[in-house]
Design a protein around this ligand. Sequence first.
Ligand code: FES
Ligand SMILES: [Fe+2]
Length: 367
Amino acid sequence: MSVRRGEDAADTGVMSPLDDGSTLPYSWYSNTAIYELEQRRIFRRSWQFAGLTHYVEMPGDFFTCQAGQVPIVVTRDGASGLNAFVNVCRHRGSVLVNEPFGNQKSLQCSYHAWTYGLDGSLLAVPGSGRDFDRQPFHLLPVRVETWGPFIFVNLFLDCNPLAATLGSLPELTRQTGLPLDLIRPRLHRKYEIKANWKVVVDNYLECYHCRVAHPSFCDLIDLDNYVVTEYELFSTQTGPIRESARRKPYEVGGGVEAGFYAYLWPNFTINVYPGPGNLSLNIFEPIDVDHTLAKFDYCFVDSVADQAIEDFAAFIDQVQIEDTELCESVQRGLRSGMLDRGTLMLPQEKAVAHFQRLVAGAIDGGQ
Ligand code: FES
Ligand SMILES: [Fe+2]
C-alpha cells in the first residue's frame, strides 16, 4: 500500500488505496478546501432528506431545512402543491424564513418586507414604483420529491429522479414490517458533534465498535447475527432481537422483530428498532469542516404510549452520547496531522469502505 504524507485537496488517485483497505486521507476530515468541494460536488448534487409530509399537510404549511449549507424552505401551496425553494431573499440575501415550521398565506422577509407567495413568486416590494418588474425575483426553485412520508430535495435541477437514488430501499424498508403510512412524528432531538460529518457517517456505518462502546445496544441486538450489505447508493445493517431483551431497555415486543438500520447517500439514515412500530430518522448536517448537527426525528404508530416513547428516546440518547464521545475523539486524532490514513477492518467495516468510495468518487469525478 503506498501512502504519502501530507495528502491534501490537490491530491488525485485517492481511490486505489481505498481498494486496498485504507481509509480516506485523514486530511480530508479537516481540510476546508475539501469541505468546500464536498458542498459543491456532494450536497449540491444529491437528493437529501428534508422532512416529513406531516409538516406540510395543509395549504400554507411550511418548514425549513438545509441541503448542505444551503437553507431550504418547503411549502404547501393550495394551487401548486408541494414546493421547495432556496430560503434566501432575492433582495439583499437575508435568510427569508427563520422559523422551523409554520402556516402562513405568504412569506415575508424580516429585513425590508419583500413578500413571496408559497409558490415562490414575489408578491410585494415596499416602496417600489409601478414599473418594478417582480417576475425575475422569484425564489430559486429546488427539486422536491417524496417517498411515502419522506420529503427529499435536490439543488441540482437536472438531477435524476429520487427513485434512482433509492433503488430497492423502499422495498427493504417495507419488509421490516413497519407500517410506514401509520407512523407520525412525536419527538425531535438535535446533537451538535465536534467532528466532521464524514466521521459521524463512518461511525454510523459500522457496529465493530458496538461491543466496546454500546452495552445497551448489545443487550438488545444479537451481534453474532448482524449483517451489513452495500447497495449502489445506500447500505443496510440488520440484526435480530436478542431473546433475553424482551423486557428492556424499552417496550420491544410486537410488530418489528429485528433492527434495520439503513444509510442513504450522502447523510441520511432510517432506523427501525424492534418493537411495536417505531422509526427514527437521522440527518447529519455539516455545520463547518469540524462540526456536525445530528438531527433526529422519532416517529411512532399512535398506539405507542408516551412512556414507551420516553423510554425509547432515553435508550437512543444514551447510544448517541456514547457515539458523540467517540466521534469527537476521532476528530481530535485525525487533526493531529501525524498519520496519513487508517486501515479498515473488513468485512465488519465494509459499509464504511462503501461510503468512503462514494465520497472519493464524487470529489475526484465532480464538477
Ligand atoms: S433582504 Fe429581504 S427584503 Fe431586503
Ligand atoms: Fe455507535
